[in-house]
Design a binder for this molecule. Sequence first.
Ligand code: PNS
Length: 161
Amino acid sequence: MGKMVIYPGSFDPITNGHLSIVRRALTMFDSITIAVASKPMKKTLFTLDERVDLIQESIKNDDRIFVDSFNGLLVDYVDGKKTNIVLRGMRALSDFEYEFQMSLMNRKLNKNIQTIFMMTDYKWLYTSSTIIKEAASYGGAVGGLVPDVVCQKLKEKFGFQ
Ligand code: PNS
């Protein structure tokens, strides 16, 4: 089966920054499961089904990439999988505190699970789903920051199409 990694997040919506992490992770792992949190702490713009569909449409056909969703604790979801490795992307220093807290909490909850981090490519350093949604909500052009299918869906959501 090979070495697999789990890449969890809200993916509300998936961005080119996320996809860059996925592609780069596949140079180290044989497969990656993008695990979409069904009810993240933040209220989401897209429903779980929409977030999963947008990922599926963005990754095209790559049999090394799986898309899944989970409810409840991440560590419980990972526990049932054939890997103990969780991947998170990091951008600027501002991500560090939150990621540090989360990985330590996950570690307290399950010592067997290891979180690893990849620094984002400089191109995506200052983009996030949140800031992209904000710009899109006012009709701002976010092409190039998200896959085309996401760009289209954002326009529809905010009534610009
Ligand atoms: O993309 P995000 O919003 O930064 O992803 C955060 C996510 C979904 C990975 C995190 O909130 C999560 O794992 N949620 C599930 C509940 C959980 O296990 N929380 C962390 C330990 S309390």
